[in-house]
Design a protein around this ligand. Structure first.
Ligand code: GLU
Length: 464
């Protein structure tokens, strides 16, 4: 046996083995509940183009089941099931009350025009809807690799037309444009969550020392694989706000290295213009991008695809910390090797949970039919003004930076960031607590699985 799903299950089994569950419960929790495999034909360019897609529901222990839709040539049943399982554990670990799902189409979106993609996406939404795999109550997709706001808008619009009587129709999908009921901060949420997750890790000096790192985030040398939505936002925030130095970026066409630090915003603009990282001024281009995963650094941030760090290259990884921004970037065999080598791994289903966390906020906003902060905004402002006024009267004006915090608006973006920050901080603290309190757990991934599986198992034992 091999493959992505197999690898996820190997890692899950290690944690399940520590949980002492009644016979059969482990199998119930870890197995995928349902998979819908669809084939449909759309007429384009004077032919019938047959498209293949999947939607897997790994778990409905909480509803709706939640997870993105991926458009990529790699999409198949194994990948979708593995990603759906990770969604279950991801939501459980950060206390987002959803089950796990994932879907996708086996297409390369770059081979289609916008009009064709709209035709394909609307048809996929129709198929999902008809088979009960799209609904604000039971199954809510979101963006993933190859999809974004635009696709989510087409899905939301298709669903609304099919269910005009559903007052919660907007909540059938998350990651929508703000003008269509999306929430501020969703686009960059996964990257933001990676930043907050790393801040949480680095705020625990014991963990930093245990990982063999001799500095904090400020000055930390980062190698990132993938400058897509997640990798771009994560490295942009880490370099601009935390002082991290991005020494190498690995992309489809190769890698660029600059030991003095790459400007990721400029690099992204260069990529948009030229289609790749080659030729980026001031940086050294290396055609064999994968080899750069082994470049010396403090933090290796795989933010592209699954299966990138394998038993072949794991023995040569030089980072002290592997921060899994993508889903499943480290295979089970590589995970063993990294653990044996004392390299710390911050697991994907915690570190990239920022996306689904903010999706949760969007879903709640859609059900509430009201923008976050709308009711309390003026009241909070009045309170802050009164506090400042009181200090001014006492002849003791408040320092500007404190006044700024007090006057910070309850804008939706500020509230979303606050909720995301707190989620990442408290979840990390709970994971490390498991790691520190149990003698039989010696890595963050197993600790996070013990935590997530424990929550699901308790639910089954007490309420199901
Ligand atoms: N596709 C994202 C993930 O893998 C987001 C899922 C969601 O927001 O539902 O976590």
């Amino acid at each position: 046996m091999s493959g992505f799903l197999h690898d996820v299950n190997v890692m899950v089994d290690r944690a399940l083995g520590l949980l002492d569950l009644p016979p059969g419960l482990a199998e119930e929790i870890r197995g995928c509940h349902a998979v819908y495999h669809v084939r449909f034909a759309v007429e384009m360019r004077d032919e019938w183009k047959v498209i293949e897609g999947w939607r897997a529901v790994h778990s409905e222990w909480r509803l709706p089941a939640k997870g993105g839709l991926r458009y990529a040539p790699s999409v198949d049943e194994d990948e979708v099931e593995a990603l759906a399982a990770l969604m279950t554990y991801k939501c459980a670990v950060v206390d987002v009350p959803f089950g796990g799902s994932k879907g996708g189409l086996r297409i390369d979106p770059r081979e289609f025009t916008e009009g064709e993609l709209e035709q394909i996406t609307r048809r996929f939404a129709l198929e999902l809807d008809q088979k009960g795999f799209l609904s604000p109550a039971t199954n809510v997709p979101a963006p993933d690799m190859g999809t974004g706001e635009r696709e989510m808008a087409w899905i939301a619009n298709t669903y609304r037309r099919l269910h005009p009587e559903d007052v919660n129709a907007e909540a059938c999908v998350t990651g929508k444009p703000v003008a269509m009921g999306g929430v501020h901060g969703r686009t960059e949420a996964t990257g933001r969550g990676v930043q907050y997750g790393l801040q949480a890790f680095f705020s625990h000096t014991d963990d930093v020392v245990a990982a063999g790192l001799d500095r904090g985030l400020d000055g930390a040398r980062v190698v990132v694989q993938g400058l897509g939505n997640v990798g771009f936002h994560a490295t942009k925030f880490l370099s601009e706000e935390d002082g991290a130095i991005v020494v190498a970026v690995i992309e489809r066409d190769g890698a660029v290295i600059d030991e003095s630090g790459l400007d990721v915003a400029a690099l992204r603009a260069h990529m948009d213009e030229t289609g790749g990282v080659a030729g980026f001024p001031g940086a050294t281009f290396v055609e064999d991008g994968a080899a750069v995963l082994e470049h010396p650094c403090d933090i290796l941030l795989p933010a592209a695809m699954e299966g990138q760090i394998t038993e072949d290259n794991a023995p040569r990884i030089q980072a002290r910390l592997v921060a899994e921004a993508a889903n499943g970037p480290v295979t089970a065999a590589a995970d063993e090797i990294l653990r044996a080598r004392g390299i710390t791994v911050i697991p994907d289903f915690y570190l990239n949970a920022g996306g689904v966390t903010v999706s949760y906020f969007e879903w709640v906003k859609n059900l509430a039919h009201m923008q976050f902060g709308r009711l309390e905004q003026r009241l909070t402002e009045l309170r802050a003004e009164s506090v400042l006024d009181l200090f001014a009267r006492a002849g003791d004006p408040v320092p500007p930076e404190i006044a700024e915090t007090l006057l910070q608006s309850e804008s939706e973006l500020n509230l979303v960031r606050s909720g995301l920050y707190d989620t990442m901080r408290t979840s990390y603290a709970t994971i490390r607590e498991v790691l520190r309190s149990r003698d039989d757990v010696d890595d963050l991934r197993t600790a996070a699985f013990v935590l997530a599986l424990g929550k699901i198992a308790r639910y089954y034992q007490e309420y199901a």
